[in-house]
Write a protein that binds this ligand. Sequence first.
Ligand SMILES: CC(C)(COP(=O)(O)OP(=O)(O)OC[C@H]1O[C@@H](n2cnc3c(N)ncnc32)[C@H](O)[C@@H]1OP(=O)(O)O)[C@@H](O)C(=O)NCCC(=O)NCCS
Length: 274
Amino acid sequence: MVRATSLVTAIAALCAEAAADAPSADELAWVLTAAEPRATVVGDPDVGIAAVALHPEGAYLRLLAVHPRARRRGHGRELLAEAEAVARAGGAPWLQVGAEAPWYLWPGVDTAELGLLCLLERARYTRVDSAWNMGVALAGLPHDPGGWRVARGTDRDAIDAWTQAHWVHWGAEMLRALALGRLVVTSDDDGIAAACAYGVCRDRYVGPVAVRPDLLGRGSGQAALLGALHRMRAEGHKHAEISWVGPICPYVRVGATIDRILSIQRKDLTVSRG
Ligand SMILES: CC(C)(COP(=O)(O)OP(=O)(O)OC[C@H]1O[C@@H](n2cnc3c(N)ncnc32)[C@H](O)[C@@H]1OP(=O)(O)O)[C@@H](O)C(=O)NCCC(=O)NCCS
């Protein structure tokens, strides 16, 4: 039995060879071995692995990677079939790649990953949606408007109540960002006005970003967003990636462009096909 830390180290080494945008060992440790629901990992990191997580509504493929020296010998197809078997055994009606909230390494399949897109197409996955990631070169940031602060442990109950009241699906990410010291907030007379998390699953990812619903559409998230981006720059990042964006305008305003579009794909596991 391989210990979790050595498994993560081996998967990080595999990803460094296999994926254009490889996650670090720390990022993998959280997403593959700590985040709930916990991923089931199949395969051998010397050749290739797949990681699948069962949610109440269906299953998600968190990672699939085959070492470049072992490609085009059927390993990818086999690993995907094993992931589907895990999903079926857990009662999942479908297996999806991408849009797995709240914990993920990629919000979908990068359209540059042609091998993975072809494998999924051959395995009868269909494109159900897309996720847009926007990038910001931190050297050219607009000036820091101030008016924000980094949330502290004593803010935990307020952040929890705020997300429960307004943005319940982002609560877990906001609280993890808080625990990591990576949650920037602004306040007004009515309490928390905006919050911007960064470095939650991947160090360079920004998000979720949220404003109190009564402030929507007024640029009220800019100070928290810029605060987070300035902190990232101060921490040594050159580039930030705002992951899986909803509206794009708030990010265009701070100089972001659309970096990549990721495809979200799903296979219905209830239909048996020959
Ligand atoms: C996608 C990937 C897993 C495929 O692994 P593999 O072991 O080479 O796949 P297989 O040999 O089982 O290929 C099965 C089928 O997929 C398709 N396929 C796989 N790679 C392909 C490529 N580069 N171009 C076109 N089709 C490809 C083919 O239809 C292939 O069947 P064939 O060889 O009979 O033509 C591998 O290329 C990889 O690890 N890519 C990086 C994945 C990544 O970015 N992961 C992170 C996000 S989850």
